[in-house]
Design a binder for this molecule. Structure first.
Ligand SMILES: NC(=O)c1ccc[n+]([C@@H]2O[C@H](COP(=O)([O-])OP(=O)(O)OC[C@H]3O[C@@H](n4cnc5c(N)ncnc54)[C@H](O)[C@@H]3O)[C@@H](O)[C@H]2O)c1
Length: 311
């Protein structure tokens, strides 16, 4: 298949693009930044918040069979501080949908467990999201993005899939200058013997190793392209909860260093409890995540050493 990925220079986009190439698909990336990790697939530099008229030439020429929309400002706390960026997320979803509509091709969306809000549930199935639970501007942007996907499916017959990801970690995630994500930040600081501040001792989250996430996305793309699973919303996560205390202990184990930790309350807008119900993904996509955090953290730290992110 010819697959167009927006946000292709980011963590999930890079992993997805390379995995799709690896199985023989053609990939065209679309991002506002060049890909810092790979030149194996081309990237069309486009700012997706900007209106366009007519299909960009490179995209028309590529003739995608399917679009995967991953472009976004992806950090919750950053969007609490700069809420206008959440509006950009909605614009990006809108223009990605317009792209798919112009192409008349199916489109998948990288949404988030943030659409469930902070509802302190252990299990959350796909029916439980509601706009009234929006916990942060980022959460609102994903709820709005999803709403546009559902509206485009109804009004224009667009075939869609919405994936709700949760704390995806692994390869191609270490550019702390661009975005301070917790796992790379803690891995770097703990490995250097620097102190860390952990917000929310009580937090329990569902950490998803990137290969599991990508296997679910690819199963979804296959099913969407074959018209087997269409207009569905699907949680893609590991399906088990870990506390931030567990996370820090596993980083200590993987790096061989002892962390110096200051515990602080959760920050505004943060979800403090989420464990995905992945029954629907198992049923519709035969999804079967294989990497517990214990193993995934070891893999990630190994990659951080290989890329000299840590010594
Ligand atoms: N990584 C996670 O844990 C996680 C969890 C839930 C949801 N998600 C969602 O999955 C998607 C991918 O996440 P990621 O971790 O790869 O994020 P990322 O930040 O690594 O990648 C996002 C990419 O979008 C690009 N982008 C941003 N604004 C753009 C614009 N105006 N035009 C074109 N490109 C633009 C960025 O340059 C970046 O390369 C995002 O939509 C994110 O919200 C991620």
């Amino acid at each position: 298949m010819n697959i167009l990925i927006t946000g292709s220079s980011g963590q999930i986009g890079t992993n997805l693009g390379l995995a799709l190439l690896g199985r023989g698909d053609q990939v065209l990336g679309l991002d506002k930044r060049v890909n810092a990790w790979t030149r194996k697939f081309p990237t069309e530099i486009v700012d997706l918040t900007t209106p366009w008229s007519g299909l960009p030439k490179a995209i028309a020429h590529f003739a995608p069979d399917i679009v995967v929309h991953l472009a976004a400002w992806a950090k919750v706390h950053q969007l609490v501080k700069e809420p206008a960026k959440s509006l950009e997320n909605v614009q990006m979803a809108f223009w990605a949908l317009e792209l798919a509509r112009a192409l008349d091709k199916p489109i998948a969306f990288g949404s988030s467990r943030e659409v469930y809000g902070d509802i302190h549930r252990h299990i959350t199935d796909e029916s439980m999201a509601d706009f009234v639970v929006a916990e942060s501007p980022y959460s609102a942007s994903k709820i709005a993005g999803e709403a546009f996907f559902y509206a485009y499916a109804r009004c224009y017959g667009l075939k869609t899939l919405v994936f709700r990801f949760s704390n995806v970690y692994g390869r191609y995630d270490n550019d702390l200058d661009r975005m301070e994500r917790v796992i790379p930040l803690f891995v770097r600081k703990i490995s250097r013997g620097e102190p860390i501040t952990v917000f929310g001792r009580e937090k329990m989250l569902d950490f998803t190793y990137v290969d599991d996430c990508i296997s679910g996305v690819i199963a979804g793309l296959n099913a969407l392209a074959a018209d087997k699973v269409v207009n569905q919303t699907i949680n893609l996560a590991y399906g088990q909860g870990q506390t931030l205390h567990d996370l820090v202990s596993l980083i200590e184990l993987a790096t061989g260093k002892t962390a110096t930790v200051t515990w602080a309350p959760s920050q505004t807008g943060e979800v403090t409890r989420y464990v995905a119900d992945i029954a629907k993904a198992r049923k519709l996509l035969n999804y079967s995540p294989k990497t517990p955090l214990t193993r995934g953290m070891g893999e990630y730290v190994r990659w951080c050493r290989e890329t000299q992110f840590i010594v």
